[in-house]
Ligand binder design. Sequence first.
Ligand SMILES: NC(=O)c1ccc[n+]([C@@H]2O[C@H](COP(=O)([O-])OP(=O)(O)OC[C@H]3O[C@@H](n4cnc5c(N)ncnc54)[C@H](OP(=O)(O)O)[C@@H]3O)[C@@H](O)[C@H]2O)c1
Length: 298
Amino acid sequence: MNILVTGANGQLGSEIRYLVINEKNVIQNSKLNIQNYNFYFTDKNKLDITNKKEIEEFVNKNNIKIIINCAAYTAVDKAESEKELADLINHKAVEYLADISKQKDISLIHISTDYVFDGKNYKPYNENDKTNPQSIYGFTKLKGEEALKKSNAKGIIIRTSWVYSSFGANFVKTMLRLKDKKELGVVFDQIGTPTYARDLAKTILEIVDKHYEKLNNFKAEIFHFSNEGVCSWYDFAKVIFEIKDIDIKINLIESKDYPTPAKRPHYSVLNKNKIKKEFNVKIPYWRESLKRMLSYEV
Ligand SMILES: NC(=O)c1ccc[n+]([C@@H]2O[C@H](COP(=O)([O-])OP(=O)(O)OC[C@H]3O[C@@H](n4cnc5c(N)ncnc54)[C@H](OP(=O)(O)O)[C@@H]3O)[C@@H](O)[C@H]2O)c1
């Protein structure tokens, strides 16, 4: 079966590629039959998802049966001043992928974000909780979800949060880059859950491999995925430095004292019960995943 992974040079796309190429044994040990699939890893230069004709030609030529859309405009603050580009990638391009998937009977796995919520909840968000994005990024991602639902294409949407990886740019790498400073200020009033992109990549591959029929029966069904547990960015930073045994003073700051162009939800913890139940997913605790990532990478 032929699988297209878009945005393959980003954090999630790179982790999927890493698992497929470098950890065949690990995947086989977990009984994933990855050898049954041909993966086409593409990024903007090879396949620009904002070009509908290019996507059509690619999926026809390569007889694609599943698309995993890891491509996105993810610069949350920059999106405030690049609304059109963010909308083109996070919304219009998803509409193209969805239309083509519907037309060609392809299953589409699309990734969305906790930033579709306003953060006013006091308990973890369920998939059917009311959305109310506070930023252009969140708004364009929600539009992408809606376009997918409207298309009636087969597949699922996985909302995730606070993604990090040894590939690409993220909070963990930013903290480690700042390790020589005497002290740092990190916000403590935004609460969420970090997601190691490798754990999400593994879950996506397991869904493809073990639950292909189910995947085909869903129509843009939404699922939530992050690691287990809850923390603030402050706690996240503390644990990164603890694990790496780096002595640095971290000061607690409030979001109001760290103004950013995009407003972020104060609380965006995701409830993962649905994905755990439907696909029998085992999700590691965030500190364990972070330890794993930091132990052999960065
Ligand atoms: N990062 C997070 O904290 C976070 C949190 C919640 C949800 N998510 C969602 O999770 C998914 C994966 O995120 P990520 O962290 O892996 O993102 P990422 O590292 O920014 O990767 C996104 C990739 O998409 C590529 N891309 C951009 N425009 C494209 C186009 N027109 N055609 C093809 N590829 C294009 C980017 O290439 P360039 O870099 O060359 O532009 C980049 O390689 C996204 O849907 C994101 O919205 C992420």
